[in-house]
Design a binder for this molecule. Structure first.
Ligand code: ATP
Length: 237
């Protein structure tokens, strides 16, 4: 089986400062895969390079068997990739519903947008009661749900989630994770970046460990959870 997404030896960084040094990874259709690693390991940089917010200096990113390395994010979203950045980046003064519509900006048909909003609100019931509320009035957990829900509005085939758990209480982390499991179970392939390693591995099929811009370990989530290196370095054991 060919990978859905394949990242081949990418090098990328900012203004000539290299951050990611030859990262390769694969995601198969239907999988949930996580990238784990410490602060500054290059997880966000890898995600940005995959979705086209950055371009690799070397190496390639292939999605559905096509080279997307040079496409901007405005094009990769049309090919089916949705990236939910770290820090949510909602429009605080706009309502939940308006934030959702913006997630479907590539869709011009208003009825289709309404249809998708209905679908997404079914998946995220907490947002339904708050559809007309300004995003800034939501709790942290609800805002994170909204960020993910907005990412779903483009009907992605590959949903990329960056640090969903950041700043959330443990009970909310669990809620957000449950929702992601459901999104994945309903057919969306998921690539996520997390610092909550245990939680991320519990919901993922496979994982990659990124250290100073390089993949140092990979395997099934079960294998990684048992690995002494992973337990020591990222699970405080
Ligand atoms: P975190 O979990 O802390 O976000 P990360 O693994 O996602 O960490 P990156 O955000 O990819 O790491 O950052 C990796 C390195 O790249 C860091 O040393 C950071 O200082 C640098 N970096 C990130 N963004 C920029 C930028 N816009 N300009 C210059 N350097 C950057």
């Amino acid at each position: 089986m060919k990978p859905f997404l394949s990242v081949n030896e990418i090098h990328s960084g900012y203004d000539g400062v290299p951050v990611v040094h030859g990262v390769s990874l694969e995601v198969f259709r239907g999988e949930m895969v996580c990238i784990i690693g410490a602060n500054g390991a290059g997880k966000t940089t890898t995600m940005r390079t995959i979705c086209g917010l950055l371009h690799p200096e070397k190496g390639t990113v292939r999605f559905k068997d096509q080279d997307i390395s040079r496409l901007p994010a405005s094009r990769t979203i049309r090919r089916g990739i949705s990236y939910v950045p770290e820090g949510r980046r909602l429009f605080p003064k706009l309502s939940v519903s308006e934030n959702l519509s913006l997630g479907a900006f590539i869709e011009k048909d208003k009825r289709e947008i309404v249809r998708r909003e209905e679908e997404v609100l079914t998946l995220f019931p907490v947002l339904r009661q708050r559809a007309n509320q300004k995003a800034e009035t939501l709790s942290g957990g609800e805002q994170q749900m909204l960020a993910i829900a907005r990412g779903m509005m483009s009907r992605p085939e590959l949903l990329m989630l960056d640090e969903m758990s950041l700043g959330l209480m443990p009970s909310l982390v669990e809620k957000v994770m449950e929702t992601i499991v459901q999104v994945n179970a309903e057919g969306t392939t998921v690539l996520l970046v997390e610092q909550m390693v245990q939680e991320a591995l519990e919901i993922s099929h496979r994982g990659y460990v990124l250290q100073t811009g390089r993949i140092v370990q990979s395997g099934s989530a079960k294998e990684l959870m048992k690995s002494d290196e992973v337990r020591k370095a990222y699970m405080g054991m």
